[in-house]
Design a protein around this ligand. Sequence first.
Ligand code: HEC
Ligand code: HEC
Length: 247
Amino acid sequence: MRSRLLLALAAAALVGIGGVIGIAAKGSSKTKVRTVAAATPSSTAAVDPHVAAGAHDFIQFACAQCHGERGRGGVSPVVPSLATIGKQLAPAELRSIIDHGLGESANPTQPYMPVWGAVISKTQVNDLIAYMRAGLPAVPTAEPVPIPQNQGDAVEGAALYLRYGCGNCHGFNGIGGVPNPQSPDKTIPPLSGAVFRHEFNTDAKIIAVIRSGSVIGRAPIVSMPHWGGIIPAPQLRALAAYLKTLK
Ligand code: HEC
Ligand code: HEC
């Protein structure tokens, strides 16, 4: 009984090996991966997975909202273009800027490079660096979420919450709980719940804090970025309207 089972397993293994050899033999190149890539039509040519992941991270963490589409600038005079930064700075310098931020965090009237260290992984930073060193190429579907028009402020605000990467720090649905170990309360605050509602009981208060951020931003503390000069007034109103729909 047992030996027959073993034989059956051995046969299955042989079939498995035969299958792999069969696949490899069909392609012209030696590895299975190459065979798959060669089979893709040129219109969807394979992108280096790290560069592709970096392009998507660039959207997810709202880098594009301050530095422009594919880092080409043009959003605000105080936010530099990143088009050639991958050639100017070493990977270690780029990592340090992303983790610890850069610029004037005490001046609420202008944006600074936010501190991302506590909310971004090493892998994500590696991928962002690969993307910048590759010259921030166009990567299909690495695009900010579209903003619905004429469907009311709350609908627009929900999309803006994604587009500006608020959820990376405040959580999906504004639930909070994202760790911020060096800050006094050890966590990034929620944008929902009774305590938030009580403190931020008018649109004006919500808009003021989104625009001017917090000034505790000393690396490695994650602080609220300054969005003044980046997010236009109608979008600030839409964000406030969305936050009021949360639990
Ligand atoms: C809220 C706006 C904002 C966001 C979001 C933002 N940045 Fe920045 N970034 C800035 C500003 C402002 C500076 C310039 C700081 C200075 O030199 O005073 C900067 C500087 C930089 C620099 C250094 C550029 C140079 O020429 O020295 C790099 C690299 C960079 N950012 C990458 C990123 C990446 C990657 C992301 C996404 C993870 C990102 N930034 C998100 C505002 C932003
Ligand atoms: C890099 C992380 C980060 C991002 C991105 C971010 N925030 Fe914040 N935000 C914070 C931190 C940290 C605080 C708490 C600041 C403090 O205590 O001084 C905060 C505070 C706030 C507050 C005040 C809440 C309170 O209890 O103090 C509001 C409202 C807010 N953020 C809205 C937003 C919105 C809307 C977005 C997207 C446009 C956003 N934030 C993006 C980190 C972030």
